[in-house]
Design a protein around this ligand. Structure first.
Ligand code: ADP
Ligand code: ADP
Length: 225
């Protein structure tokens, strides 16, 4: 866990300013949700935190460390995308273990983590399957498992439920909430879905045309006028 601080972050692509004046600090362990219309800069903020984009100006801190020049693979950050991107030739267990094995974590610990993660996401009985033998919801749970197995300091999710049908979305959303309550990883979550924002967020950041329009708790953001 670590706080995440953005200080006057701006990102330009050629002549287009994708985001600007982006300043906020997410305290240790909180769950923040970014909302706003398509193209307002949500993904760019997430990718900047992950190190997949470089800010044109401004500062990014994770914990007390300035991250601007730290490459993505050296950031203690895990990201989950809308389309789960599992390794098709690997089993569920191998997918969950992958990030740990890359980091040369002791095999005994890898095994323990795989078992724990599988248990917390109800995947124990699926460890030996390949992704194509799973439903969409199960695949997305594996993608979440692969990300949290590393026990990152920061967890980034870009519309992780938007490819699931309504029932699965509800179930997976509830699981995500439980997981966050259990692990307390600082989380930044992008969605279009008001129900997701309402049920998951400690704070909601409303973006519009690359700028912050409002930051507040769900009640204040969605209070009826
Ligand atoms: P959102 O995630 O809210 O839909 P994005 O962060 O993807 O918004 O995009 C914000 C703005 O930046 C949009 O105008 C988009 O077209 C632009 N943008 C994002 N990535 C690139 C890129 N690689 N090159 C050029 N423009 C980009
Ligand atoms: P590899 O041959 O690449 O090690 P495995 O499928 O044997 O791949 O396992 C990948 C990782 O997942 C290993 O760390 C292994 O300990 C763990 N693992 C594999 N199957 C299970 C299982 N059924 N229960 C718990 N952990 C497992």
């Amino acid at each position: 866990m670590a706080k995440v601080r953005l200080e006057d972050i701006k990102r330009r692509f050629n002549n287009v300013t994708a985001i600007e004046d982006i300043t906020f600090e997410i305290p240790d362990g909180e769950f923040w949700v970014l909302v706003g219309p398509s193209g307002c800069g949500k993904s760019t903020i997430l990718r900047t935190i992950a190190g997949l984009e470089t800010a044109t100006s401004g500062k990014l801190f994770i914990g007390d460390e300035l991250m601007n020049n730290v490459p993505a693979r050296q950031r203690d950050v895990a990201m989950v995308f809308q389309n789960y991107a599992l390794y098709p030739h690997m089993t569920v267990a191998q997918n969950i273990a992958f990030g740990l094995q890359m980091r040369k974590v002791d095999q005994r610990i890898v095994q323990e983590r795989v078992v724990n993660v599988a248990r917390s996401l109800s995947l124990e009985h699926l460890l030996d399957r390949k992704p194509k033998q799973l439903s969409g919801g199960q695949q997305q749970r594996v993608a979440l498992g692969r990300a949290i197995a590393r026990e990152p300091q920061v967890f980034l999710l870009d519309e992780p439920l938007s490819n699931l049908d309504a029932q699965l979305r509800d179930d997976t959303r509830a699981e995500l909430k439980q997981l966050h309550q259990k692990l307390g990883i600082t989380t930044v979550y992008v969605t279009h879905d008001q129900v997701e924002a309402m049920t998951l967020a400690d704070k909601i950041v409303v973006l519009n045309r690359g700028r912050i329009q409002q930051i507040g708790d769900p009640q204040s953001i969605y209070a009826s006028p």
